[in-house]
Design a protein around this ligand. Sequence first.
Ligand code: SF4
Length: 328
Amino acid sequence: MNTSTTLWQHQLAEAFSNVDSLCRYLELDPAHLPLLTDYKDFPLRVPRGFVDCMEKGNPADPLLRQVLPILDELQQFPGYSLDPVGDLDAVAHAGVIHKYQGRVLLITTGGCAVHCRYCFRRHFPYGDLQLSSQKINQAIDYIAGRNEISEVILSGGDPLLLNDTKLQQLLQAIAGISHVKRIRIHTRIPVVLPARINPDLLHILSSQSKQIIVVLHANHANELSGQVINACHSLKDIGVTLLNQSVLLKGVNDDSEVLCELSEKLFVANVLPYYLHCIDRAAGVKHFEITEQQAYGLLQRMQACLPGYLVPRLVKEQAGAAHKIRLG
Ligand code: SF4
């Protein structure tokens, strides 16, 4: 294992996993916050580099709000479920979700470098349905047997949490399927753990015969530190197409100025804003939700302020639909 590989794994091991420690580091008094301190199903996890983008002493910091477990998550509401986008109905094989024509999604791992409190897969049964080494061949056979599949989406969890060996094996297996033209990697890691975008990973990605698309997940301009921007430039330099998807979150980015600043900063990082998602109604995330009408208002204000290429598509996902539903 070389030094650069060790660095990201070390940073991952050092991520905050204790709510009190995080509060103390950010100079906040845990006694004054409605914290969920002992939530084993989906505990706190956030790398220090991401925490260092937060404002100390600010309990309403938009990055902190995305990762801090709070009591609101325990409230139950009708319409909020464990599987809000119908993933389970679309499982074709363990680790394989086939929802849309021409594309197939692989649940490469259940692990993430950060636990986003609004995550639509926070209740996903990864133990049974992630792509373990024993199941890769079945998944590859499934894709190889369907000529209409032109794009494979690596998702999770976060696919860049796979170690280099596993990632390379998976990419090589997909490379052997001639009708697959593109591999799309959905990841939050360049944003929360940019040290993962190291020379070894860049070498693996640049060696692929298929086109590689990386869809980042950033919700606020404060997430795009100098290190994150450098990581994006490194990916761009090896020919990766970079897109971003954001989730609209109350108290984080439900403000057109915040969203415009995010689009402008993404472009500096060579990333095009792609999707602006209405939140998926997973149990425990209602406190983040804004209405579709509010979302459309935000989109209109963005359109008035930005060139068209910096305005993301406002969408929502509907279980069972043949594609994402575009709003506005
Ligand atoms: S990184 Fe993605 S999959 Fe992981 S918790 Fe965050 S939103 Fe969910």
